[in-house]
Design a protein. Structure first.
Length: 527
């Protein structure tokens, strides 16, 4: 009997054969997978509704690389104002109404202010210093505080004289070379950004190399921010690979060092200006003061200034392209703008910020531009930091939550004829509301985001868009270009170039001509 027991023990302790080991690990793996799938299935039933997907991969292959907002809006029409999708196990919840965004991003901002992890863009290329993508924590609060002190609603007013000069210069340049209007719109946006951050207006071509280099940095960071561009964003464990096995990691580190050197060189030049007595308010000056107080490190100060320039230049230029597209396609809106400008301003001077309260239609045009073709049609994603129940649905901890700005701005429940450009939506006539009067607060169209992560430069951006719109429409008539047969060319209303977080209308032709005699003389002193 004891021999039988001893033999049984030896058999039990005998190492498994390779084939047996394979089946054992396969069984364990299958069991774990089934448990995870079971849990995920139960959780899925608690989430907002959404499109069906594949096992494990979910809706991964249903996400387009570009124009994602159009797919999200299609799903909104099918599944409702709040829906969820599964990206290979990552839950994404999409918000499509003003009410939803206000309830979650504003009223529950304490758990909806974090960002999802962007390994390549934020951690490698930016080294953890990319403010818009930074985790909601102590560093973000310190850097954001400095930017807010410079660009809040009252502090931004100090930049208005500079913005008026830049708007006049934009008009003068277009009058001189009307076919290069796109270049001058981009140059205007870059000059305002450079001046408000580094005190370096683009008065000549001497700073063009800075603009070109900054454009390269912006494109690199934007491309890296698109999930799927780099596998490390899908499989973060790859971050721990040694550089000799991960060329992208070595190149990313080298790019980060080059970007940092660029930003620190600009800050060093600014410090020399300030020490020589050329003091004007700008974000860079505020960053240097914070650095001297010990509130920011040298690197934090440089990256804050550099990123704020990058964030402002492209978006402002895109909005001016939308303005000229709208004026080309909607001559009645242009005609009404001309009538208001002629009545309020006359023909002897350019508009200024003091005229804003007397130019409600120009202000309505600006608001409608931001609604009709939002430059950022999808808000930067948030990360939910704890399980949250909302309207009977579970938004689990770790879920990515997205504001579909395009879907919100084209919701026919709020905006009848949403695809049409109608500034009257933002007007009140004869004491009665027009078709839609959302608010007099420009933030409430959500073009600049919402909650604690709302765009910190929105006041400066709105000021630039208003004064540029007023000055360009005061000075210029916008006409359709003609083809070789003399027939008008209608630009595409729908074709959009998707460059990541910001978009531009597809290149189009229009004819810009002076609408008043003597305009060149009126603004000749600007040059």
């Amino acid at each position: 009997m004891s021999d039988i027991f001893s033999a049984s023990c030896k058999a039990a302790l005998k190492p498994l054969q390779p084939g047996s080991m394979f089946f054992l690990w396969a069984f364990i793996g299958l069991t774990i997978t089934l448990i995870l799938l079971s849990r995920r299935s139960r959780t899925r039933k608690l989430l907002p509704p959404g499109p069906p997907g594949l096992p494990l991969l979910g809706n991964l292959f249903q996400f387009p690389r570009t124009h994602l907002w159009l797919r999200l809006t299609e799903w909104r029409d099918q599944y409702g104002p709040i829906f969820s999708v599964n990206m290979a196990g990552q839950t994404i919840v999409v918000l499509n109404t003003f009410e939803l965004v206000t309830d979650l991003f504003d009223r529950r901002s304490s758990i909806y202010s974090d960002r999802p992890r962007l390994v390549m863009a934020s951690e490698i290329l930016a080294g953890g210093f990319l403010l818009p993508a930074m985790a909601y924590g102590e560093r973000w609060r310190r850097m954001r505080r400095v930017a807010h002190e410079t660009f809040n609603v009252h502090a931004s007013e100090r930049f208005r004289p500079m913005q008026e000069r830049e708007a006049a210069l934009l008009v003068a340049n277009i009058l001189q070379e009307p076919k290069r209007w796109s270049y001058y719109c981009k140059r205007n946006a870059a000059s305002v950004a450079l001046t408000s951050v580094f005190l370096r207006p683009l008065t000549d071509s001497s700073a063009d190399h800075i603009i070109n280099r900054m454009d390269e940095i912006s494109r690199s960071l934007t491309e890296a921010s698109i999930i799927g561009t780099y596998l490390v964003d899908v499989f973060p464990i790859m971050l721990y690979l040694p550089e000799w096995l991960a060329r992208w990691k070595r190149e990313g580190r080298e790019h980060h060092e080059a970007y940092t050197a660029m930003f620190e060189r600009l800050m060093s030049d600014l410090r020399q200006k300030l020490q020589s007595g050329q003091f004007e308010d700008c974000l860079g000056a505020s960053s240097l003061e914070a650095e001297d107080r010990g509130d920011l490190s040298k690197k934090e100060s440089a990256w804050l200034a550099g990123v704020m320039f990058l964030a402002g230049a492209d978006t402002s230029a895109g909005a001016l392209h939308v303005l000229l597209l709208a004026m080309t396609l909607y001559p009645n809106a242009l005609r009404r703008a001309h009538e208001e400008l002629d009545t309020v301003i006359g023909r002897d001077r350019l508009p200024c910020f003091q005229d804003q309260k007397d130019l409600p239609y120009i202000d309505a045009i600006v608001k409608e531009l931001l609604r009709w073709r939002p430059i950022a049609p999808i808000g930067a994603p948030r990360r939910c930091t704890q399980d949250n129940w909302y309207k009977g649905y579970l938004i689990p901890k770790g879920a990515i939550v997205i504001q579909n700005t395009w879907g919100m701005s084209h919701d026919t429940a709020y905006f009848p004829d949403a695809d049409e450009f109608r500034p009257e939506r933002f007007l009140e006539t004869n004491g009665q509301a027009a078709d839609f009067v959302p608010t007099t607060n420009t933030q409430k169209n959500f073009a600049f985001g919402s909650g604690r992560r709302i765009c910190v430069g929105m006041n400066l951006a709105y000021q630039s868009l208003f004064i540029n719109t007023a000055c360009m429409l005061w000075a210029l008539n916008v006409q359709k270009a003609l083809d070789k047969n003399g027939m008008p060319i209608f630009p595409s209303r729908t074709e959009i170039i998707d460059e990541g977080l910001a978009v531009f209308p597809a290149p189009f032709e229009c004819v810009l001509v002076p609408r008043l005699s003597g305009i060149s003389q009126t603004i000749s002193h600007i040059k």
